[in-house]
Design a protein around this ligand. Structure first.
Ligand code: F6R
Length: 594
């Protein structure tokens, strides 16, 4: 994980680096630091988020070259010494790193044998010293970077300052994202476009094994074969990468409240002019498949459960859904003519990248990535990419991207079977989402108040409501740190019911006519053992005493229509407990380590 920024020749390097790192906090916030070149390399770093940088940096300084880092700890605990930037032993080279070096121990042993000393537990300190080692003999950064690239195994996005090159910021990339922002009289580098969006709208996505440097006026990129390449910048509009809170107190709340817009946008893009708008070759490949395998992690895995079930019901295609980190260790693709759908909001999730590598090595299987991030690492490796167009999601807990994933899978299913009713059903969910936003926030907040001091919460549902329960439970534990479990209603009696005790909050979703009466029986079972039950039901299935009642909708679209109930609940509980809603402990938005 981790986020990095760098700049050459920018007018306000201090602001760029601090503000930029704050925008990259979603990539980790265990520690943060900045390094810049004046007459020598200066480093300021400490544990905690980039918010502390204002206090530890001099209030003003002049520099042409600056690098910065916000960290999600992998090698070594979060501590000042393990924070980035890291300096080489002779203190003449400094770098920031996003990624994991798999052969760090081997390289450290080699460097120790050459007299190098290490002060931190990080793989990054190994990288900076290896670079120094190569540089001391070659006296040339280009040669040194080539040698370094040949030695490093694993993933890395590096931004590097060398005192001997006061005009150049060096970079090297494999596996982790790195982007250049092309300025006028300055150039920038960062893990994504957001820190740079205030200064430019032209961006170059670096490819794996790219290396080179940026100076005030030049961008020099060499590819894996050491050829100078001319990568054309792409223009991004500021709105699509904006991190503006737009008056909301938290990104999570803003992003929940954008769900209706996100669904409308998905419909307007993928069903423009009353016609489905998916690549015809993608649809052909999908129609020819005898099995569709879905892979995802966390929330995206939960979306894949919904998508898989929709494909089975509406398209009659058998599907299997896998958690990426599990599938990688038992990599069997079901079917004689399979198709694989990977779901990843960020497009950078290491577990999925690993799976894609296996799929590509072993089989000639068509792959589709459903992602919110154009140009992401995963999108470069798949056969097809379909974008969520959900707008940047900053809060670590995924909300609008989940609803967009489900909406998109429903649209894709509709396109496959040329089913226009799917669009009508999706459009109907927008009113449900809006009425939750307008009428149910207060009662949801009341439930949050009642459950916030409990140690355990249960969520129950069947079929699509079970899939939503999984997502609701993940969201609650992720940002409120309350232990919660989701079960299919029918599974309770097979063990978990032993955990039901007096006063335990049990939140039940009832939106599916075929499972409603079974769920009502389950409710009686937990109530009679003392549980405090909160029922979320659609109007036609509701009963007196239900906690939250929403208008009817096509029950397989719960993930779109009423996921906001689950998200608001987690949001209010976290808020009431005084936690940092957008930055839950131990997590990062983009999970770029396995
Ligand atoms: C939870 C959450 C995570 C992500 C998971 C996969 O709120 O956001 O569970 O869904 O880390 O991330 P992506 O979708 O970027 O592959």
């Amino acid at each position: 994980m981790c986020g990095i920024v760098g700049a050459v020749g920018i007018n306000n390097p201090r602001d760029y680096a601090i503000e930029g790192l704050k925008m990259l906090e979603y990539r980790g916030y265990d520690s943060a630091g900045i390094g810049f070149l004046s007459d020598k390399i200066n480093i300021f770093k400490d544990i905690g988020s980039p918010n502390h940088l204002d206090d530890i940096l001099p209030s003003s300084f002049e520099t042409e070259l600056i690098i910065g880092h916000t960290r999600w700890a992998t090698h070594g605990t979060p501590s000042k010494i393990n924070s980035h930037p890291h300096l080489s032993c002779n203190r003449k080279i400094a770098l920031v790193h996003n990624g994991v070096i798999d052969n760090a121990n081997e390289l450290r042993t080699f460097l120790l044998s050459q007299g190098y000393k290490f002060y931190s537990d990080t793989d990054t300190e190994v990288v900076v010293n290896l670079l120094e080692y190569f540089y001391l003999s070659s006296k040339d950064m280009h040669t040194s970077l080539t040698l370094l690239k040949d030695q490093l195994e694993g993933s890395y996005a590096l931004a590097i300052i060398n005192e001997d090159y006061p005009d150049s910021l060096f970079m090297l990339k494999k596996g982790s994202p790195l982007m250049i922002g092309k300025g006028k009289g300055f150039n920038l580098i960062a893990s994504d476009a957001s820190p740079m969006a205030k200064y430019t709208n032209e961006f170059i996505d670096l490819e794996d094994y790219d290396f080179g440097y940026i100076s005030k006026k030049e961008i020099k990129i060499f590819d894996k074969n050491n050829n100078l390449v001319d990568r054309k910048p792409i223009v991004k509009d500021a709105e699509s990468i904006s991190h503006d809170l737009k008056g909301y107190p938290h990104y999570m709340l803003k992003e929940i409240e954008e769900i209706d817009e996100v669904v409308k946008r998905a419909i307007s893009i993928y069903h423009e002019d009353n016609q489905y708008q998916f690549d015809s070759k993608l649809l052909k490949d999908l129609r020819e498949a005898d099995h569709v395998m879905f892979i995802g992690c966390g929330t995206s895995y939960h979306a894949s459960l919904v998508g898989g079930r929709i494909f089975e019901i509406c398209n009659n295609i058998p599907t299997t859904e896998y958690i990426a980190s599990e599938w990688a260790f038992h990599p069997v693709i079901p079917g004689k003519k399979p198709f694989v759908i990977l779901i990843s909001q960020s497009g950078e999730t290491a577990d999925l990248i690993h799976c894609l590598k296996i799929i590509k090595e072993k089989n000639n299987v068509p792959t589709l990535l459903i992602t919110n991030t154009p140009g992401s690492t995963l999108s470069r490796g798949v056969t097809y990419t379909v974008l969520l167009h959900a707008g940047v999601e900053v809060s670590v807990a995924s909300t609008k991207a989940y609803a967009a994933q489900v909406a998109l899978l429903a649209l894709l299913s509709g396109a496959l079977s040329k089913n226009e009713k799917m669009v009508v059903d999706l459009k109907d969910t927008i009113d449900v989402i809006d009425s939750i936003k307008n009428n149910l926030k207060q009662p949801i907040e009341q439930i949050a108040e009642e459950i916030k001091d409990h140690d355990n919460v249960f969520f129950l549902g069947r079929s699509f409501d079970y899939f939503l329960s999984l997502e609701a439970s993940l969201k609650l534990k992720e940002i409120s740190y309350i232990h919660s479990e989701a079960y299919p209603g029918g599974e309770l009696k097979h063990g978990p019911i032993a955990l039901i005790s007096e006063g335990l909050p049990v939140i039940v979703f009832i939106t599916d006519p075929t499972t409603a009466s079974s769920m009502r029986s389950n409710i009686e079972e937990v109530k009679s053992r003392g549980a405090k039950v909160y029922v979320v039901a659609t109007k036609s299935l509701s009963k007196k005493g239900d906690a939250l009642i929403v208008d009817d909708y096509a029950h397989f679209l719960s993930g779109v229509a009423i996921s906001s109930i689950a998200f608001y609940l987690a949001y209010f509980v976290s808020l009431k407990k005084g936690y940092n809603v957008d930055k839950p402990r131990n997590l990062a938005k983009s999970v770029t380590v396995e």
